[in-house]
Design a protein around this ligand. Sequence first.
Ligand code: SF4
Ligand SMILES: [Zn+2]
Length: 317
Amino acid sequence: MPASRTETHRIRSLRPPKPAVDPWRPIDQMLEIERQPVGTPAQVLTVFLAGSECPFTCVFCDLWRFTLDQPTPPGAIPAQIEHAIASVQGELTATTHIKLYNASNFFDPRAVPPQDDTEISKQLDRFAQVVVECHPRLVGQRCLDFADRIGGKLQVAMGLETIHPDAQPKLGKQATLDDFDAAATRLGRHGISWRAFVLVGAPFVPSHEAVYWAVRSVEYAFDRGAEHVTLIPVRGGNGEMERLAQQGLFNRPTLAQLEEALERSRDLGSGVVTVDTWDLEVLFDCLSCGPQRIRRLEHFNTSGTLTPRPVCTACVR
Ligand code: SF4
Ligand SMILES: [Zn+2]
């Protein structure tokens, strides 16, 4: 159930304009190396798909920028996948994984028309693992059928965001922790692995507790069987977050908080912890050590080795 129409309209009305999006081309694609819970790191083709906007309109969401206002046209998602695969054709191996991130929910029929599932699953046959993102309440029969159709293993990425008891219901996610647990259990029963996104600096969480609740949330995900948890610093910029900031209900997390959240959560479970390093420049306030600190996090993401924090005389760290 999305947020009420009034609330959705209010949040969307605060946003800056968004760019035009071509539904027949992916927003972007990249080849990267990702650590796995066991075994050697995998090559992963990540495809950022263009598609219809997610209906949930969470207060912190920054994924709406590159989405369509209309339903995704049938045939568009297969066309985008074909384009992305063709662009890296010579570089793929027999063990490459693929991530299809559509800034929404892969099993929402408005975002990915169900009539495209057969074609998409054929395109994905060559990949050892397929990762798609989905809201916990949309993990249903279509997801289970999709897992059976593809040649490789399916993994579902779900936003846990935070387990802070007061903040969690205010995020507009429209999913309780029970919903999250039910989706995790359902996936587990069908042999489908899953990963979680956890926010650092979630709105409504007091700033001095941001690290504590991020770490607790990572622990919560691992206790329920997550294979991978990604820490995402909340960035703001959608209008609603600036409104909440004015009311003292959101403080943009610092790079130091993100570093501490990672340092305290990386050994909590047998799964992988990584940091979303996209646009991290907005978080650092020291030009002397900021770039080096970001490189440290990027190095951890690929290697699993966390070097000591750099000492900086400019900001007396
Ligand atoms: S469910 Fe995910 S994609 Fe949808 S509005 Fe919330 S954060 Fe954004
Ligand atoms: Zn510094």
